[in-house]
Write a protein that binds this ligand. Structure first.
Ligand SMILES: C[S@@+](CC[C@H](N)C(=O)[O-])C[C@H]1O[C@@H](n2cnc3c(N)ncnc32)[C@H](O)[C@@H]1O
Length: 395
């Protein structure tokens, strides 16, 4: 403990302040009570964020006006170690994570204790919103009910907007150059498109950047959402975008540049991928969902993983991994460079694994196929819908 401080608790409070200033969790600190040589002493230091610069607004009973100080942890601590500040008998430190209180009772007995953060929300309002590629005021977001008439995202749709915006960022990284340089109308196919959030966003992204008006199609078995999506596409002038009420596996388009299949249930993902491969897709973005087919086969398959698979929850998790790895290996065996990524925060959906890829001629297709056969044997499944769908092309 430094000589300046009357007790260990006061020293601990100042140490906490120093830490908060240094790790940038600091929001505000107030000092009060009678300090030596200064009646009714009061002082406060508040964080102010001005553009990219942090500054401190300082007020104290012995100063006639508020002062502006540089955000300099050492200088602020040096100030507090001097009179009249050093004589404080009560103080509260507000940080992003917790508040901290120091008090002395009438007998001068000190206490120092943490409490729940009370400035957290206030400070978060200063945070600059993430600057997404997708702007909030795109007209179709209003039509889909994600944004209000003024083009502001409706509060309960913030997670949905973030999911759509994240998706646009992902496709931008992978297809940006292709979209800007393609010398033909780019075709986009979204299978199991639901309400078409990603279909609209992808069409919009491509239409804004490509040389030609894209050809977009969303396909879903739900008639009511298809009608709504066609109405919105008409209203916002997306002439090349059509929604079709149909089953995935009943469609046979000729050429697809960009295939999207997010959360198509169970083997509908395999139907979508198989369709994309037959339509010579160049890029695909696919988020699998409920991989039940493999789960049914690996429960008691006589492999070393039976000990894992005897527990239903573990078996389902294991089936997810095997199903999607098998998809990746088959896609590689068919000439696609494949990767896995997490595409949306877990708080929005636990189903956030995305399988993405592009056609490539620099692939060891034979090795991928051998790996697939080894995976099949070692994990104990016999049937995989993607293999069944593409039997004539694989091997
Ligand atoms: C969970 S939703 C996902 C919607 C959208 N892709 C998204 O991520 O926002 C799955 C959609 O797939 C559709 N679907 C499931 N199986 C299908 C099939 N065989 N053919 C066409 N649509 C299908 C459902 O009607 C549903 O709208």
């Amino acid at each position: 403990m430094s000589d300046i401080w009357r007790n260990a608790q006061q020293a601990a409070f100042v140490k906490q302040l120093e830490n908060a200033l240094q790790d940038s969790s600091f929001k505000r600190v107030t000092f009060s009570a009678k300090a030596k040589n200064a009646d009714k002493f009061k002082a406060s230091f508040d964080l102010v964020v001005g553009g990219s610069k942090k500054i401190i607004k300082h007020e104290a009973s012995h100063l006639s006006d508020a002062e502006t100080l540089n955000y300099d942890p050492q200088a602020i601590i040096a100030l507090i170690k001097a009179e009249p500040y050093a004589g404080f008998r009560a103080a509260t430190l507000f940080t992003q994570d917790k508040d901290f209180h120091y008090t002395e009772n009438r007998k001068g007995e000190p206490s120092f204790y943490p409490a729940k953060a009370t400035m957290r929300d206030v400070v978060q309002t200063h945070n600059k919103p993430k600057n997404y590629l997708l702007s909030e005021n795109r007209p179709y977001l209003r039509g889909l009910g994600v944004a209000d008439q003024r083009g502001h995202i409706i509060k309960k749709y913030h997670p949905k907007f973030r999911q759509i915006a994240n998706f646009v960022e992902i496709i931008d990284r992978d297809i940006g150059t292709f979209v800007e340089t393609a010398d033909h109308p780019i075709s986009i196919l979204d299978l199991g498109c639901g309400k078409g959030y990603l279909t609209f966003a992808t069409y919009d992204y491509v239409a804004e950047r490509a040389r030609h008006t894209p050809i977009g199609q969303g396909i879903d078995i739900k008639e009511n959402v298809i009608d709504l999506c066609n109405e919105i596409a008409g209203d916002v002038g997306f002439d090349g975008l059509k929604f079709i009420n149909a089953r995935i596996d009943k469609n046979q388009p000729k050429n697809v540049d960009i295939l999207i299949a997010l959360h198509a249930c169970d083997t509908a993902t395999d139907d979508a991928l198989a369709l994309g491969i037959r339509a010579d897709m160049q890029y695909f973005f696919c988020a699998p969902c409920c991989q039940a087919e493999i789960s049914r086969q690996i429960g008691n398959a006589g492999t070393t993983f039976d000990m894992v698979n005897q527990y239903p929850l573990m078996r389902r998790r294991q089936a997810d991994l095997i199903t999607d790895t098998a998809r990746a290996l088959m896609l590689t065996a068919l000439g696609y460079e494949v990767k896995f990524l997490e595409f949306t925060p877990l708080e929005h959906t636990a189903k956030n694994v995305m399988l993405a890829g592009k056609k490539s001629d620099k692939i060891d297709r034979a090795k991928a196929w051998a790996d697939y056969l080894e995976l099949k044997k070692s994990s104990g499944f016999e049937k995989h819908a993607l293999e069944e769908n593409l039997r004539d092309l694989l091997g």
